[in-house]
Write a protein that binds this ligand. Structure first.
Ligand code: WQD
Length: 358
């Protein structure tokens, strides 16, 4: 596509070798954008880019650049006609952010400031930002709409809140700047091919990778954090969204950003919640085995019920989630069972030959 008349332009993807980034790169290619990936590989994998090539037939341009390195970033903008940025790169663990706040503020905020300074110097004024439903904190009402007051309850969520505010100020300062803030609910699942997916470095913090690792025998049992919430089965309810739907939300945002929207926030969720035990059961069905679990105390800081009102994204971006809970769980299981050790498994040509998209 590069240089072809049909291409919709060069998009810099920060954090493009990570979980959500890699799925978005696939959809960018499918939608005729030309992605250029940068990643410091803290949480990303070059192997993900190899597999994107298998899925799409397109070798993505990659540079190992850390956003703390403003000079390297600026040099990339010097040599590539980038017109849009999707900004995923950042630390993402709520628990870790509580014990390492300075490192979270430094990396997530300074990294973004460096990016914005370089964009400004190169006259690049369109950015889609990877924000989080975490900015809403303990929302008192569901479904959650975008106008709800921001009240993040941990340093991770506050980095997202602060970056949103910085982006808003930047758009106010110059009407040519456009920024779309995408607030993700709970991204889960994997590409239907099973070739790319979520690969936590350590013991997973998030529910779905913990369940799939338990189903495959890497963990003994799932600890269900709290069985006494005010929900039908007593366990927490979340708006799980298939990562491919989420990725497509970024394409809808880019397609919209050329209409000069200013700074606008959108929830990306399905609008419906599933409980922890409903997810355990669905992954058990996909894996064809019961997943052992124990109900334990609530996890500090957790809320009972969270789900989105995603109607603004549908109205204004024409985007809507299409995958259902079974798809999310089947694809999460396919990724886990094809890659028991994530990207660390040796590349297996047989695996590539056998993959089928359905
Ligand atoms: C989901 C549910 C847990 C693990 C966090 C961030 C959020 C977003 C996604 C980035 C809860 C329960 C979990 C386990 C369990 N990330 N659970 N046993 O907390 O909704 O959201 O990740 O932006 O910002 O806050 O996601 O997957 O950790 O938990 O019972 O071993 O599963 O209590 O009800 P969460 P999660």
């Amino acid at each position: 596509n590069i240089g072809s008349e049909t291409s919709k332009g060069y998009v810099l993807v920060t954090g493009g070798a990570g979980y959500i980034g890699s799925h978005t790169v696939v959809e960018l290619i499918n939608a005729n954008y030309v992605p250029i990936v940068i990643d410091n590989l803290n949480n990303g994998y070059v192997e993900a880019l190899n597999r994107i090539e298998v899925i799409t037939g397109f070798r993505v341009e990659f540079h190992k650049i850390d956003l703390m390195n403003e000079v390297a970033l600026s040099q990339l903008f010097d040599i590539r006609p980038i017109t849009m940025v999707i900004h995923f790169a950042g630390y993402k663990s709520v628990t870790e952010s509580v014990s390492k706040p300075l490192s979270y503020y430094d990396n997530n905020i300074t990294g973004t400031l460096n990016l914005l300074k370089v964009m400004q110097a190169h006259n690049v004024k369109n950015i889609v930002f990877s924000s989080s439903a975490n900015v809403y904190g303990n929302a008192e009402t569901v479904p959650i709409t975008e106008d709800l007051r921001h009240a993040a309850t941990n340093p991770y969520g506050r980095t997202k809140m602060f970056v949103e505010a910085i982006l808003k100020d930047q758009c106010i300062s110059d009407a040519e700047w456009n920024c779309i803030l995408l607030r993700y609910f709970n991204p889960v699942g994997a590409h239907p091919s099973g070739l790319i997916g979520e690969d936590p470095h350590d013991i997973p913090n998030n529910l779905v990778p913990y369940i799939t690792q338990t189903a495959i025998g890497k963990r003994e049992f799932l600890s269900v954090f709290g069985g006494d919430y005010e929900t039908p089965d007593g366990t927490g309810i979340r708006d799980f969204i298939h990562v491919v739907d989420l990725a497509r939300g970024h394409i809808a945002a880019l397609d919209h950003i050329s209409k000069n929207p200013g700074c606008v926030a959108y929830n990306l969720g399905t609008g419906r919640g599933y409980s922890v035990l409903e997810m355990v059961a669905a992954i058990g069905r996909a894996a064809g085995k019961d997943v052992p679990y124990k109900i334990v105390d609530r996890r500090p800081g957790d809320i009972g019920v969270s789900y989105a009102d995603p109607s603004k994204a549908q109205r204004e971006l024409g985007w809507k989630a299409v995958y259902n809970q079974n798809d999310m769980c089947e694809h999460a299981w396919k990724w886990q069972s094809m890659n028991p050790n994530g990207y660390r498994d040796a590349i297996n040509n047989e695996l590539y030959g056998a993959f089928r998209i359905h």
